[in-house]
Write a protein that binds this ligand. Structure first.
Ligand code: NDP
Ligand code: 2IT
Length: 451
């Protein structure tokens, strides 16, 4: 079949939207990738003939299940759980689990789709998946969270395995939740395997997995700046979120000589013109993770800081910005404001935090803009290294792992250059990441035939 017989981008997207009604996040993620892949495929007949993009944009399977649990007052509560196994062309499905009331099939399908390209970019053998539940951990007791995790795993266990699908954490799922889920998996199956990553160090976890996503996002940012002969020393940074990714991104910015001005949560953002130092970051980590506090309480603790209720931090003038909270938290107007205020680089710690309008603003302004699938891949990369350590039944040293994370982030940066450097001083990192991630998965799929 000739290339010209094939559908164009608008017709392809019309089909995606028709087949996935009421799934705006999923359609958005596919559109963002398809915009680059259609150009790349224009002269590559096999990808068209074999319908590769159409196949990657149809998950291998979506498992949806009921999760019942009993709250502390003896009420029976019913939640919905999912695992989306998007593509396993280059390795077992791999991707986090999210517990948040906003979780639905569209959100998890977009995350599993993005994960497929991200995991390919790491260079490690991992396919793409994602799971989660609309369970809201906020305000729940530790016992309630444990019972929920156990019930969630009571169904999930039959769909996963160390060589099948290896979940990890994401929003609302950290070391504690992974512990409860791993405990239940072990109890049901009587097997101690590397079925989850993000485990505790005493029971098969890897050093630096906790820090890896945030650190990796800053390494990627530093790589982009270095490519322009610049660095982070003295640069001001605006960061959203105050969870795992945001706090570790902040920590690495400080370590590399930058000054962090903001952090946020779903209640609003704090602005600290004196800079959020390591001591202050330690306080935030303790406050958000162990005390389950709100970011607004920062201003009572640290003089000179202000809280901005219900607002995102993108109006604070800065050199670099790191959205590290959630999807679609940085809209077109926010992007225009950042560019107008002189922001020179954006590195996404979150998945798809910038909406399509914002992506186009950054691309048109030709600033350094790294999409999450490239810049936040450090977390899943160290998850991949955790899987290797589990298979080897060994634990590698911290300095080895730190170096591997740096090397992997540098490797992803180089892959982006291969397909995104226009040769005239501008690197389109979105295009570079999309094409490099796609090509690896696509070529594996070609090898397997029509399956
Ligand atoms: P956490 O649960 O540790 O923290 C999430 C943070 O984002 C909190 O500050 C939370 O605020 C805020 N947030 C969550 N949802 C919303 C919302 N709807 N509106 C505003 N703020 C919100 O999650 P992580 O730090 O692990 O994840 C953050 C992002 O990074 C997500 O996009 C995730 O997919 C991505 N990511 C995570 C990786 C990891 O290894 N953990 C790896 C790669 C990407 P509040 O406390 O008010 O809810
Ligand atoms: O979005 C992500 O890459 C993650 N939440 C981490 C996934 C993983 O398997 O470590």
């Amino acid at each position: 079949m000739a290339v010209s017989d094939h559908v164009d981008l608008p017709t392809f997207m019309e089909g995606v939207k028709k087949r996935n009604p009421h799934q705006p996040e999923f359609c958005q993620a596919v559109q963002e990738v398809a915009e680059d892949i259609f150009d790349f495929m224009a002269d590559k007949v096999q990808y068209h003939e074999q319908q590769i993009l159409r196949r990657i944009a149809e998950p291998d399977r979506v498992v949806s299940f009921r999760v019942c649990w009993e709250d502390d007052n003896g009420n029976i509560r019913v939640q919905r759980g999912w695992r989306v196994q998007n593509n396993n062309a280059i390795g077992p499905y791999k991707g986090g689990i999210r517990f948040h009331p906003s979780v639905n099939e569209s959100v998890l399908k977009f995350l599993a789709f993005e994960q497929t390209f991200k995991n390919a970019l790491t260079g490690l053998p991992m396919g793409g998946g994602k799971g989660g539940s609309n369970f809201n951990p906020k305000g729940k007791s530790v016992r309630e969270i444990m019972r929920f995790c156990q019930s969630f795993m009571t169904e999930l266990y039959r769909h996963i395995g160390a060589d099948v699908d290896v979940p990890a954490g994401d929003i609302g799922v950290g070391g504690r939740e992974i512990g409860y889920m791993f405990g239940q998996y072990k109890r049901i199956t009587n097997q101690f395997t590397g079925v989850l990553t993000g485990k505790g160090l005493e029971w098969g976890g890897s050093l630096i997995r906790t820090e890896a996503t945030g650190y990796g996002a800053v390494y990627f940012l530093a790589n982009m700046l270095a490519h322009k002969g610049d660095d982070l020393v003295g640069k001001t940074a605006v960061i959203s979120g105050s969870g795992n990714v945001a706090t570790h991104a902040a920590e690495k910015i400080v370590q590399m000589g930058g000054k962090v001005l903001t952090l946020s949560d779903s209640g609003g953002f704090i602005h600290d013109p004196d800079g959020i130092s390591q001591d202050k970051i330690n306080w935030v980590k303790e406050h958000k993770t162990h005390r389950r506090g709100r970011i607004e309480e920062y201003v009572a603790e640290f003089k000179g800081a202000t809280f901005h209720e219900g607002k995102t931090p993108w109006g604070v003038p800065c050199d670099v910005a790191l959205p590290c909270a959630t999807q679609n938290e940085l809209l077109g107007d926010d992007a225009r404001l950042l560019v107008k205020n002189g922001c020179i680089a954006v590195s996404e710690g979150a998945n798809m935090p910038t909406d399509l309008d914002g992506v186009h603003v950054f691309k048109d302004a030709k600033i350094l803009y790294a999409p999450g699938k490239a810049s936040n891949a450090g977390g899943v990369a160290v998850s991949g290294l955790e899987m290797s350590q589990n298979s080897e039944r060994r634990a590698w040293k911290e300095d080895e792992l730190q170096q591997m994370l740096k090397d992997i982030m540098m490797g992803i940066h180089n892959s982006c250059l291969t397909y995104g450097d226009n040769g005239k001083g501008y690197v389109d990192y979105v295009k570079g990441a999309n094409i490099a991630g796609f090509k690896k998965v696509a070529d594996a799929m070609l090898a397997f035939g029509v399956v």
